[in-house]
Design a protein around this ligand. Structure first.
Ligand code: ZN
Ligand code: ZN
Length: 297
């Protein structure tokens, strides 16, 4: 059985977020305050609306990314490491052609694109049919920390895209604008080094997971079995865990609970993909990328 495990390449786990605002758009805080809000992060992207904020001034965060949130009235899209030339004759008009051009130019510049908060139904909303029409974007924001579970999660659309054969990764970002929105959701990346190049390479490979506080020590395979080593220490090992393995169409393939530090799933071979969600007592969670199973993996 072929299992494509994006976590196979070992490295150092780094924490960061790509989608955050400053007073350069509608954020409440200037860049230097945002750097302080994210003290302790290994990397940080600043993504103001329709504008590339330049990184400058004092900061303790080792690695920073330029980004932009292309913000039409209909949909929003995050570009990480876009070329500055996109600002010439810039338009945020939502057409597939315009948005696709942003994706392609950002990819050509070594960056990547993410379709963000796709379920924000009252505005800035991605219809699944448009997500299918778009191509070559790296992922979907499955957890937006803006703070409303009625529209800031998008596991349904992620499963729909994956089930349609699209290989897109799930991202978690704060989308922080105001006080109290920082450090709600982030990405934990297994990279070779804490450099822009290494973080980008790991993200493109899907070697990261989304966290709201809990995590994985490793996700690996033993033959046809997927093994999730949950983050473990003396305290965490005493706490109850809820682990779900999801497959095609969001089917819950297996649930494993208990005061465990590991969960295993034996693949049948026809799952298409398997992704893992784990909740720690208290509500802290981690969401893995899909492992692709089968012929084409
Ligand atoms: Zn937005
Ligand atoms: Zn935003």
């Amino acid at each position: 059985m072929n299992i494509l495990n994006p976590y196979a390449q070992k490295g150092t786990w780094l924490r960061g977020s790509f989608h955050n605002h400053t007073t350069n758009s509608d954020g409440w805080f200037p860049l230097e305050t945002v750097y302080k809000m994210y003290g302790g992060y290994d990397f940080l992207g600043i993504s103001d609306h329709d504008k590339i904020t330049k990184h400058e001034g004092k900061r303790d965060i080792p690695t920073v990314f330029e980004a932009i949130e292309v913000s039409s009235r209909e949909t929003h899209m995050l570009l990480v490491q876009p070329p500055h030339a996109i600002m010439d004759n810039y338009s945020n008009d939502f057409t597939i052609e315009n948005y696709q051009r942003f994706v392609d130019r950002t990819n050509d510049n070594g960056g990547f694109a993410v379709l963000v908060h796709p379920n924000r139904y009252f505005s800035n909303y991605w219809k699944l049919e448009d997500m299918i029409k778009m191509d070559r974007y790296l992922g979907v924001e499955v957890y937006n920390g803006d703070g409303n579970p009625e529209y800031d999660i998008a596991f349904d659309k992620w499963d729909a895209l994956l089930s349609a054969g699209r290989r897109v990764w799930g991202f978690g970002n704060d989308d922080s604008h105001v006080y109290g929105q920082e450090k709600r959701a982030w990405n934990v990346v297994q990279a070779q080094d804490n450099t822009n190049e290494a973080v980008l390479a790991a993200i493109k490979d899907g070697n990261f997971y989304v966290s709201t506080g809990y995590g994985f020590d490793a996700i690996r395979t033993e033959g046809d079995t997927i093994v999730a080593d949950l983050r473990s220490n003396d305290l965490l090992d005493k706490m109850y865990k809820y682990v779900t393995f999801f497959g095609k169409d969001g089917e819950a393939l297996q649930e494993t609970t208990g005061r465990i530090s590991q969960a295993k799933y034996a693949c049948r071979g026809d799952e298409g993909y398997v992704r893992i969600a784990v909740y720690l007592e208290g509500g802290y969670a981690a969401f893995s990328q899909p492992l692709f199973i089968g012929q084409d993996a």
